[in-house]
Ligand binder design. Sequence first.
Ligand code: ARG
Length: 270
Amino acid sequence: MKRTVSGHVLVSVILTVLVVSMLAGCAPKSATLDAIKKAGVLEWGSDPTFEPFEFIDANNKPTGFDVELVNAIAAKLGVTAHMTSGAFDGLLMALDTHKFDLVCAAMTITPARQEKVLFSIPYYRADMGIMFDPSKNTISKPEDLVGKTVGVQTGTTGDISARKIAGVKVNSYPDIQLATLDLVNGKIDAVVNDYPVCTAYASTHPELKVIDTTTIAGEDLTQLYGIAVRKDDPAFKEAVDKALLDVVADGTYATLYRKYFFVDPPYLPK
Ligand code: ARG
């Protein structure tokens, strides 16, 4: 008899432990999310020199596809979003030191960055672009950059890719606008940067041409952008992914895509 009772106790203890851990598995605790909800604000970082993803508008306000996307994600989490600007190559470090809780900056998911942070599911797919003035240079492929001076933004995938072509002189700039300025002024021969950002710039500079580039030095240049969060809070990554999927499901993602890229999204985050 005594045996049976302790058997029952044991079974119910095991069941309780199972149920509790299953529930915990459904809604993992995120310290970051708790803090954000308490404050009512999602603090995020970006480098708003990257039109049409993030840039400062005529009223001195951050705007762009990423900016509106993060606002929509924040709304799904029940909070507002506040952006802090920083140099692109310092954003992940600032995330790590809790200057903000999320980075959204047209940031390509790369293995090197994945060592430092967690990325959301990819939310945008881009090629690389080579932008130049055809009245000054003839360029039809990455190898044509050999012997030329190329402008890039420091620490970006454009920077890393351009350096892979032997014989190219790479000038790196703190932001890509400074590189494009030097291109327009004839100080450099080309700019290597994400294709959608090149085309947005060239749309107001018809003297410039952009080549869509998918490989450099044999390497795939497809850029999948992700939202970065700290590595120690996987539950926050889950919450961001869920909010992003909600933004896709209610049609906001497609609306934003059409607003900034003038076509239907060829790819929906999933
Ligand atoms: N996609 C490129 C990268 O991840 C460039 C991103 C630059 N973003 C910016 N906001 N300036 O390296």
